[in-house]
Write a protein that binds this ligand. Structure first.
Ligand code: CUA
Length: 326
């Protein structure tokens, strides 16, 4: 489940470490379960091999210690020994290949066709589109519980990889070469996802969440996301809006219902409805949004959002406007 991102702390949190290692063993879909079983099967086979090898080494060490008095019997060119060495590993490799191939085929998303959801990887955030509904958002995917959603994955720049350990396989996101994958959750909840292909400085902070909710709730969310933005609720927010368009914000960001239509940065139409900022780095609160706008380069060094050197009044107004984008 979703935990608060650790920012500016460096004490080792064992719970968090375990929680981030366990998702693969807590699958929430059929596809993820087949991967989980494969992982466990391979792990147990490897563990058995480890025990056999370590056991043989220990026996040899104890029986033939280097006192020079007892050398083991030396055999050269024995056909039988070579067959005994070679056959079990070959059998194990074939068995592992067959098991893996079966899982790969069963989780395959196909090579073409329609997709309900399009996810585009950017350095370092996720563009999320629902073409039929006309909704665009970022870093937060919603899906209905219990229904397989076909996802087309693409990239706007380098190679990324979409991965939600509890929901399914990884899928590479390649510019000019769309790939397809299924997302499905058996139970409602929030599932963490991450980029699993090294894509630059902030690869580690290219995260997202998948919110699986009942179909009716999902439809409601989708309808809301497809709506244009609302007018600023207060004078301060109005000032923030003016500031947004006076600055170069609109060169990179889109806000539905306004003249801002750029797609280089995340769509902000319903920014305030999202749970996190900066692709999973911060919880979406006023304080964090202010910190982010004050100097994005300090929080996520190397990201595409420049430091505009805003003063406190500008920050307050901009945050008032962005927080009204529900
Ligand atoms: Cu995108 Cu790693």
């Amino acid at each position: 489940m979703h935990t608060t991102p650790m920012v500016y702390t460096n004490n080792l949190n064992l719970d968090l470490l375990l929680a981030s290692a366990l998702p693969v063993l807590e699958p929430a879909s059929k596809d993820a379960a087949t991967i989980s079983h494969l992982f466990l099967t391979v792990f147990l086979i490897c563990l058995a091999i480890l025990f056999v090898v370590v056991g043989l080494i220990c026996v040899s060490l104890m029986r033939f210690r280097a006192d020079g008095s007892r050398l083991p019997k030396q055999n050269f060119g024995t056909h039988r020994s070579e067959v005994v060495w070679a056959m079990p590993p070959v059998a194990i490799v074939i068995a592992l290949s067959v098991l893996s191939a079966k899982v790969i085929v069963s989780d395959e998303g196909g090579a073409a066709g329609d997709a309900e959801l399009v996810v585009v990887g950017h350095q370092w955030w996720w563009e999320v589109r629902y073409p039929a509904a006309g909704a665009v958002t970022a870093n937060e995917i919603h899906i209905p519980v219990g229904r397989r959603v076909r996802v087309r994955v693409e990239s706007a720049d380098v190679i990324h990889s979409l991965w939600v350990p509890q929901l399914g396989p990884k899928k590479d996101m390649i510019r000019g070469h769309p790939n397809f994958v299924w997302l499905e959750a058996d139970r409602a909840g929030t599932y963490e996802g991450a980029c699993s292909e090294f894509c630059g400085d902030q690869h580690a902070w290219m995260r997202f969440i998948v919110v699986a909710e009942p179909e009716a709730q999902f439809k409601l969310w989708l309808t809301q996301q497809a709506r244009p933005s609302e007018n600023p609720p207060s004078e301060s927010a109005q000032a923030g809006r003016n500031f947004f368009f006076a600055q170069s914000c609109a060169n990179c960001h889109a806000i539905g219902g306004t003249s801002a239509k750029a797609t280089a940065g995340p769509d902000l139409t319903h920014l305030a409805s999202r749970r996190q900022l900066a692709a999973g780095l911060l919880d979406n609160t006023s304080a964090n949004l202010t910190r982010w706008l004050k100097n994005p380069q300090r929080i996520k060094p190397g990201c595409q959002m420049p430091n505009f050197g805003l003063n406190d009044t500008q920050l307050t107004q901009l945050v008032a406007y962005l927080e009204g984008l529900r």
